[in-house]
Ligand binder design. Structure first.
Ligand SMILES: Cc1cc2nc3c(=O)[nH]c(=O)nc-3n(C[C@H](O)[C@H](O)[C@H](O)COP(=O)(O)OP(=O)(O)OC[C@H]3O[C@@H](n4cnc5c(N)ncnc54)[C@H](O)[C@@H]3O)c2cc1C
Length: 338
């Protein structure tokens, strides 16, 4: 089954010529490092002297990468994409909050995105980022186990668990699949622990909760297999969003600075290889595992299409594979050539 990625007429059908010209200009600018440095400096200066530049940012960079500042503002983009057969994920991207009441408010916003997904065929699933609902230091201090936490930290950790549970329960009750993002390796054990707890609780009959596996980490293929074993032993199903990983430079820098082994594969080829092996493992175990392929990579998308064919998985049926190769920066749609 060959996928065709070069049909720009299909890929950009939802965009006007003006949209495409704006995007081209923007991408030319952001691929020029001097331009980025100067732009950043100018933005900082403009904000510090309170120049009214919010409108300029909103109609340029923001418009390219974001649907809106709230659910209502996203409606137009959701409807347009849906018209061209492209689903939307509403991602309430707040990070770095520390106060308990701010973190609780974020939970309510995330639940609102799940309710919105429930009421709209154009939004097939929902998502959240753990650092949006937890203090980073709590996730970090709990990474090697809970026994190192002070009493106060343990209380905050229990609040984080309750927030995870409130979001996952809403997804479960409304039957909306929920992806939980993966983040920095030094908080990921905590996130894994919480995701596993949620999958154990809510994925008993079918998969609602999806954890994320970053294949740029050399230990993740083993983690996937271990998680599958654990799920079989404890009678729950697993959902995995497979990604390569977004924080490579930060991971490498920290490992060098702190003198521990780099958690990321040494080469891109090794990452690509693990990504495809993870896809293969999941497709071969579809009775226990549901997948979201979070990638824009053409070879991996083609590899997945071939795996689906080889394993007799229907490409447009009600399978438990989400292919998520549609991104803001490069829009593709699968085109199957029989
Ligand atoms: C739906 C969706 C959800 C996502 N969720 C998450 C998430 O929860 N957490 C997260 O971290 N990311 C997430 N991402 C981002 C994802 O990790 C990036 O989109 C991805 O890294 C870009 O890779 P790609 O698979 O599209 O392919 P490519 O563009 O082919 O791969 C680029 C990636 O390869 C890896 N790489 C590049 N050079 C090297 C090298 N020298 N050595 C080793 N590895 C290398 C890096 O991961 C790099 O980002 C998500 C993406 C999508 C589409």
């Amino acid at each position: 089954m060959a996928l065709k990625f070069d049909n720009t007429e299909i890929a950009f059908k939802s965009k006007s010529s003006h949209d495409l010209k704006r995007a081209k200009l923007l991408f030319n600018m952001v691929s020029n490092s001097s331009m980025v440095r100067i732009g950043r400096w100018l933005t900082d200066v403009a904000f510090s002297i309170q120049l009214p530049i919010k409108g300029i940012i909103k109609s340029t960079i923001f418009k390219q990468f974001c649907g809106g500042e709230n659910i209502k503002e996203c409606e137009k983009t959701i409807t347009t994409l849906n018209k061209y057969g492209v689903g939307t994920i509403l991602d309430y991207s707040v990070e770095g909050k520390e106060r308990e009441d701010d973190l609780d408010s974020t939970v309510l916003e995330i639940i609102a995105t799940i309710e919105k997904a429930d009421s709209s065929m154009a939004i097939p699933f929902s998502v959240f980022k753990p650092t949006g609902i937890a203090q980073f230091s709590i996730l970090e201090n709990a990474n090697e186990g809970l026994n190192k936490l002070t009493e106060k930290e343990l209380k905050a950790y229990n609040n984080v668990t309750e927030r995870f549970d409130a979001i996952c329960k809403a997804a479960y009750e409304l039957d909306v699949p929920l992806f939980i993002d993966a983040e920095d390796s030094w908080i990921q054990n905590t996130i894994d622990r919480l995701c596993e707890k949620m999958m154990f609780k809510y994925n008993t009959e079918k998969v609602i909760i999806y954890t994320t596996i970053q294949c740029y980490r050399w230990d993740r293929l083993d983690y996937l297999k271990g998680l599958h074993k654990k799920a079989k032993e404890n009678n729950f199903k697993i959902g995995v969003k497979l990604v390569r990983g977004a924080y490579m430079e930060k991971e490498r820098e920290r490992a060098t600075e702190m003198g521990y082994k780099d958690p990321i594969h040494i080469t891109k080829e090794a990452t690509d290889n693990d990504y495809d092996l993870a896809l293969e493992y999941c497709v071969e175990n579809l009775e226990d595992i549901s997948i979201c392929a979070g990638t824009h990579n053409e070879d991996s998308s083609q590899f997945l299409a071939n795996l689906m064919l080889k394993n007799g998985v229907e490409k447009n049926g009600s399978t438990n594979i989400f292919c998520s190769i549609v991104g803001n920066e490069r829009s593709y749609k699968f085109q199957f050539i029989e």
